[in-house]
Design a protein around this ligand. Sequence first.
Ligand SMILES: C[S@@+](CC[C@H](N)C(=O)[O-])C[C@H]1O[C@@H](n2cnc3c(N)ncnc32)[C@H](O)[C@@H]1O
Length: 274
Amino acid sequence: MPELTAVAARVEGAVRKGTRRLRTAGCATPRLDAELLLASTLAVDRARLVVESPRPLTADELARFQELIARRELREPVAYILGAKAFRRISLHVDQRALIPRPETELLVEAALDLPPGARVLDVGTGSGAVALAVKDERPDLQVWGVYIDADAVELARANARALGLSVDFVVGDLTAGLWGDAVLANLPYVADDAPLAPEIRQWEPPKALFAGADGLTLIRRLVSNLDRVSVAALEVGFDQADAVATLLGEAGFGAIERRRDLAGYERVIVGRR
Ligand SMILES: C[S@@+](CC[C@H](N)C(=O)[O-])C[C@H]1O[C@@H](n2cnc3c(N)ncnc32)[C@H](O)[C@@H]1O
């Protein structure tokens, strides 16, 4: 595998060689990843790399970039390497304690935006705090809680709340932890135990954030059976679980069911209202 030597030690050459290494390692978006890692190394925006393209890298910059490329070659996700992920209008610190927030999860936030003033919102399985914090950011009048099963990881969500100056209470507990909300938003684990997953997910993200039994619905089923007094339930699901979860919500007394699609056209968030 070609090393990034002094010959490549200009911005343009570093991107090219980094891209080649990541493509060989099987990364799906090698050029984008190499650019993001170099932009982080140089502490510039990715767009700025075009302007900087003939500029030589210092020995320190080259060494640092090599280190990041080597991590990505092991299929560590870019968000964990950079320690940050954008989600709606906020940027979250992320590390291996929690799942990296995904674009489709932004649909969960939308389900809370038309709630009446002062309504109570629970984000169940809050992870990095992404959903709870984005809701609070966009609707500061709502009362928002995030619940997380893992006592160590909940500190990540609390640190994100402090960094963003957002007032959200994070509670350690199982599912709703006995709390009640007008709305319950949940991106719980929904992957079937034997599902094939990319190395970035299977080797790097926490199993507790992914797997939920033979059909992936163990936790969602348990949550839906405990939503008696909830007016709005919004649940993220896998690409082939929409029908099953819409049925569960209907059986639990949610009369109006809405399905929201991700950018690929899959029904990924099911919203029940009563
Ligand atoms: C798919 S991740 C979602 C994280 C975050 N909400 C997001 O969308 O980026 C699911 C989260 O639910 C948590 N979790 C798993 N079982 C739980 C339970 N019984 N009660 C509460 N949270 C749970 C996991 O630890 C994990 O952080």
